[in-house]
Structures are given as C-alpha cells and as structure tokens.
Design a protein around this ligand. Structure first.
Ligand SMILES: Cc1cc2nc3c(=O)[nH]c(=O)nc-3n(C[C@H](O)[C@H](O)[C@H](O)COP(=O)(O)OP(=O)(O)OC[C@H]3O[C@@H](n4cnc5c(N)ncnc54)[C@H](O)[C@@H]3O)c2cc1C
Length: 380
C-alpha cells in the first residue's frame, strides 16, 4: 500500500473498496484463472457501467484519465478484494493503438464496444515459427480489389477461441528487411474460413488457441495505418503496452494469496521463511514505486524503457509465488489440494500459471537484450 496518500487519494481508495465489497460477486473472488466469458464479461460490463473499466484511457474515449497513483490504488484494492482477471487485449493493446493511429471511422466503430465490453478482442501476432523473432511471420494477405485475402496460421492467441475480433500482423510483401511488407489488420472472427483450436496449458486451463485462416476476406477499411507499414503500427504503443504488462497488479494478487495463506494456515513459518515473506512484501513495494516512476514519466510524454519494468514485475510475481510454495511446503505440489481450511487457494495452479508471465509480451531474455542494447549501450 502507498505509504502516504492525500485526502483525495485516500477517499478514492475507500470508495473503490466499498464499491468492490458491494458489487464483486463471491463466486468471482480469488480465482486463479480468468473466468470464462459467461462469468467474466458480466463483471467487465459492471465495471464499465461504473466507469472503471479503462482507468488509463482518456475520459473522452470512456476512460478515467486516472493518475498513476489512482491506478495503483485500484490495483491494490482489486487485489485485496480478489477481483478476477479480465480480457485486456482491447483495453491495453488495440484501444491505445487506435487512439493514436486509427481513422475517425475506426475509432468510432471499435473503441466504444471495447469500453462497454460488447466485443472481445484477441491479438494475432505469434506463429509457429515467429515468436520472439516476430518479423519472420508468414501468414499471407494478398490484395484482391478492396479486400485482403488471408491464409496461414496464428498460435498462442489468448482467448482466440472466445474473441469476436482479432488484430493481427500479416505479410503483404517481402523485402531484404523482414520488418517491411507487414500489415496491421483487424479481422472479424466470424468471417468464413477461420478455424479455432483451443490449446491446454500446463495449468490445465484453455487460455489460448491456434487460429487457421483459409482464404479469409477482410475489407481494406480494416487496415490500420498503411499497407506494408504494420511493424511501425504494431510498435507505436509498445512502451505503453510493456508499462501495463509491468504494472504491479499481478504481483499484488500473488502477495494477497501469500498473506491469506499465512492468515489461514495453522502452521507457523520459520525464521528463514519470515525473511522470505518480508522480502516478498518489499519487492512488491519496490515494484509499485518503480511503476509509479515510469508511469509518471510516460504521462509526462517521454518514453521510458519499460522492458526493465516488465522483467521486474513478472519475476517479482514468480518470486512471491515461490515464497508461497516454500511456506506451504510439499502440499503446494499437489493439484488436488486447493483448500486451506475452508478457503480455496489453488496454490499449485497459481504457481503453474505464473510460468507464462516471463514468456508472453516478449520473454525475459528478449527484454534483457533490449535493456543491454538500448539502456546500457552494450554492443549488439
Ligand atoms: C500465456 C501466453 C499468452 C500468449 N498470448 C499471445 C497472444 O495473445 N497473441 C500472440 O500473438 N502471442 C501470444 N503469446 C505468444 C508469445 O508472445 C510468445 O510465446 C513469445 O513471444 C515467445 O515466442 P515463442 O513461444 O515462439 O518462443 P521462442 O521465440 O522460440 O523462444 C524460445 C526460448 O528462446 C529464447 N530466445 C528466443 N530468441 C532469443 C534471443 N534472440 N536471445 C535470447 N533468447 C532467445 C526465449 O526467451 C525463450 O526462452 C502468448 C504466450 C503465452 C505463454
């Protein structure tokens, strides 16, 4: 929790806490997985009605223009209440990108349904041979009159099997530089020729999917930016995206689990474990402070190197969950033992799910290379 708050900030915290107490349904509290659309989207829409679905968006597009401190207050109170994860591809990726580069028609058509929760978006970037090396992507889009005709495959598409729309990178041309000839396009997922196959993760949830395109026709009005200019379109809001991936929200959720376990469990941690718990608390505090610094810089207009924050946030979450494993002991390895007392904590599932954090949105290795090259100026 922030150590010193103004009167206004502390009133806002109380308001968020009270509202969550009154409005967050019990069956959605302290889930380890993102609830399926039938359960999760009503909650998304409830937040939207309250005006709290897009704190970082400008008010004119339905957001809150929330300050970084207000955002952190929300992360902390949502973690404390055990609020579930919601789909963020529209809120954190496409929305900010359209605000910056979309046409007036694209903004008017696509931004309101993201905020209201009528439409679920997915991100179609990765392919079987194009993950970290994204520019190697091969999904082809050929020009045919006023349409692009798309053939190929995407993989690891979060909520690809639930989404109404996908924003994707497709290849419309070649060139010596692999980053040339890529186009950013929005695809209606009900278009004929799309096949979706869910993929099961090590945590046994079906969070993502493979998506196959067989002569899928997409109007040229769905292209964002110019044909062949997709790389610069996709990276236009990359720092902002990494900043959001580096928010303390997930680490705070993990810390709340650790605190709850310690409150509920009859066993007492030993001295070494108490040190670990204290370090977990301090790491999350440091992460929150770091997020505030970078977010304030971002709000002021300069571009911070958010790669550092992404590594810090995801590895801190993993550390907190490692500490949880340590204090729980051997039972943490048992999948069929999700309860502590009468409360469901799913410690094993949380641990398994946290492995993915350092892979998506650019793996830790890739982020460290960026830090080495751009921040430290080390030779390539
Ligand atoms: C939970 C989850 C959700 C995801 N959601 C989406 C989504 O919605 N949309 C989407 O498009 N993609 C999504 N992804 C895919 C994600 O972006 C890729 O998994 C990621 O970019 C890594 O690519 P890859 O899996 O092909 O692994 P690879 O790129 O093959 O990497 C394998 C390993 O090699 C390392 N490595 C690779 N290149 C280098 C290098 N140059 N230097 C040092 N180390 C290197 C990597 O760090 C990694 O450890 C998701 C992934 C996960 C785990």
């Amino acid at each position: 929790m922030l150590r010193s708050e103004t009167r206004e900030q502390s009133d806002f915290r109380q308001e968020v806490r009270r509202w969550l107490n009154e409005n967050l349904p019990d069956h959605l509290r302290f889930l380890t997985f993102r609830p399926l659309p039938k359960d999760g989207m009503p909650w998304y829409r409830r937040l939207a009605e309250r005006g709290w679905i897009a704190p970082h968006w400008p008010k004119k597009f339905g957001g809150m223009t929330a300050t970084p401190v207000e955002q952190v207050i929300m992360f902390e109170e949502f973690a404390r209440a055990g609020a579930p994860d919601i789909p963020t591809q529209g809120l954190n990726h496409l929305g900010p990108l359209l605000m910056k580069l979309g046409t007036a028609e694209q903004k008017a058509r696509h931004l309101p349904p993201i905020v209201s929760g009528e439409v679920i978006w997915c991100q179609g970037y990765s392919e079987p041979n194009a993950g970290s090396d994204l520019a190697s992507l091969k999904t082809r889009a050929d020009l045919d009159g006023d349409y692009l005709v798309i053939n190929g495959q995407k993989i690891w598409t979060t909520w690809g099997h639930h989404a109404d729309w996908m924003f994707a990178l497709v290849r419309t041309g070649g060139g010596a530089n692999k980053r040339e000839g890529i186009t950013f396009v929005m695809i209606d997922m009900t278009s004929p020729g799309i096949t979706r196959k869910p993929i099961r993760t090590i945590a046994f949830d079906e969070e993502f999917a493979e998506i196959f395109f067989d002569n899928v026709r997409v109007p040229l009005t769905n292209v964002v930016g110019k044909i062949g200019d997709g790389w610069s379109v996709a990276t236009a809001v990359l720092d902002q995206e990494r900043l959001l991936l580096g928010s303390p929200a997930t680490a705070l959720r993990a810390l709340e689990r650790l605190r709850r376990f310690l409150r509920l469990s009859r066993s007492r941690p030993d001295e070494r474990q108490i040190d670990l718990v204290a370090r977990a608390e301090m790491e999350v505090d440091a992460l929150t402070a770091c997020f505030l610094c970078l977010a304030e810089e971002e709000a002021g207009g300069s571009t911070a190197d958010a790669s550092y924050l992404k590594v810090f946030a995801t590895e801190t979450t993993q550390f907190v969950l490692d500490v949880l494993q340590d204090v729980v002991g051997p039972l943490a390895a048992v999948r069929a033992a999700p309860y502590v007392g009468n409360e469901r904590l799913d410690i094993n599932e949380m641990f398994l799910q946290s492995r993915r954090l350092t892979i998506y949105g650019g793996s830790s290795e890739i982020q460290r290379t960026i830090i080495a090259n751009r921040t430290l100026g080390l030779p390539k």
